[in-house]
Design a protein around this ligand. Structure first.
Ligand code: 5GP
Ligand code: ZN
Length: 116
């Protein structure tokens, strides 16, 4: 995906503050953090969203979640964190490359959603 922002970050064509990288997954700081700890976990290969995953993506999805606890701890959220995967228009996904937000810090992040 030549024009995809997070593919470009994964290829190193756009700089990011990386905190973890392996063959399949990249983790970097969100450019506009919503909490003191705000990381983005992405598959290095392009997956548009959770709405488009296939059987072949199951290992990378597992890896994305399996590394979350250690990275949240190392980055300043040792007592828990929240994982958010916005999906599609209803989920308010702004960047169309699958990503998990890991948010946290030393204070609770607050209720899951404002009730409407
Ligand atoms: P979404 O709304 O798609 O779930 O979240 C997209 C996230 O990507 C936002 O939190 C936004 O701050 C972050 N973001 C957008 N552009 C960039 C960028 O160029 N670099 C980094 N590090 N984060 C970005
Ligand atoms: Zn992409």
């Amino acid at each position: 995906m030549d024009d995809c922002l997070f593919c470009k970050i994964a290829r190193g064509q756009i700089p990011s503050r990386k905190v973890y990288e392996d063959d399949e997954v990249l983790v970097f700081h969100d450019i506009n953090p919503a909490r003191p700890v705000h990381l983005l976990v992405i598959p290095k290969h392009h997956i548009t969203s959770l709405a488009t995953v296939s059987e072949a993506d199951i290992p990378v999805l597992g890896r994305m979640l399996a590394i979350a606890n250690r990275l949240a701890s190392e980055q300043g959220s040792p007592d828990g964190f929240r994982v958010i995967i916005n999906t599609g228009r209803i989920g308010h996904q702004e960047v169309p490359h699958l990503h998990a937000h890991i948010v946290g810090g030393s204070e609770p992040v607050g209720p899951m959603l404002k009730r409407i």
